[in-house]
Design a protein around this ligand. Structure first.
Ligand SMILES: *Cc1c(COP(=O)(O)O)cnc(C)c1O
Length: 229
């Protein structure tokens, strides 16, 4: 267990240094970028160690795992983020415990989330896949205005900004440059939605250069995930 604490401490310090260097290289303040540690597949005991090490923000990508860890770790001073593909039949359960949901890509998710009556920060996930390409999660660019308006019309959800994942097989610098343009356009109509969630273990430097305010880092802190069964 104490070995694990040392591993996590060392992973965190490596990632911290990468973020600090990326900020310096991009002429940005370190304080402009928040680290969210993606703890999916790792046990709640790891999340507890991370909290001991000063981590304040953790993320999960599956509703059941989020719900279970949140319950097991009730009372820890953590902000819980949800970053996974969201099904509308799970949206209410996610909204029961998540503080921030990064992966809103359909209007249909908002009703079940809002009905929980909890204040939740919402990011719209935008797809960076080329039109007509193999479509992973995320709304198309043209869907953002209606999606933003629908969030603004809710009682409990606050529109904070955009989230994206660099497409597989594309240079992340190019993908995140496109994201920076999308965000600039988005900010013209939603000037208070300033968060940009982008960057993972493999590409966080590119994301910071493109203006990310939140990086979501898993394996660089916790190690390679065991293969999904
Ligand atoms: C797993 C995951 C991450 C973290 O990925 P790593 O490569 O382990 O840093 C970030 N964002 C999302 C949406 C994820 O599912």
């Amino acid at each position: 267990m104490s070995d694990r604490l040392d591993q996590l401490r060392s992973g965190l310090s490596t990632v911290e240094e990468r973020i600090a260097t990326a900020c310096a290289d991009a002429g940005r303040e370190r304080a402009e970028v928040s680290l969210i540690v993606v703890t999916k597949t790792w046990p709640a005991s790891d999340v507890r160690l991370l909290a001991d090490l000063g981590v304040t923000d953790v993320a999960e990508n599956k509703q059941q795992e989020l719900t279970a860890k949140h319950e097991e770790l009730a009372g820890l001073p953590l902000t819980w983020h949800f970053v996974g593909q969201l099904q509308s039949n799970k949206a209410g359960a996610v909204a029961a415990v998540a503080d921030v949901v990064h992966s809103v890509d359909r209007v249909k998710l908002l009703g079940p989330m809002d009905r929980r009556g909890r204040p939740i920060d919402v990011l719209l996930q935008v797809s960076l896949d080329p039109p007509g390409g193999q479509h992973r999660a995320g709304a198309a660019l043209g869907e953002l205005p209606a999606l933003a308006a629908a969030v603004l019309a809710t009682d409990h959800l606050t529109l904070r900004g955009l989230m994206a994942v660099a497409p597989l097989g594309e240079d992340p610098a190019a993908a995140f440059a496109r994201l920076a343009e999308i965000r600039a356009g988005f900010l013209e109509t939603c000037p208070s939605a300033t968060w940009l969630s982008a960057g993972m273990s493999g590409d966080l430097e590119h994301a910071v250069r493109a203006g990310a305010t939140h990086v979501r880092v898993g394996s660089a802190v916790l190690g390679s995930r065991p293969p999904v069964q």
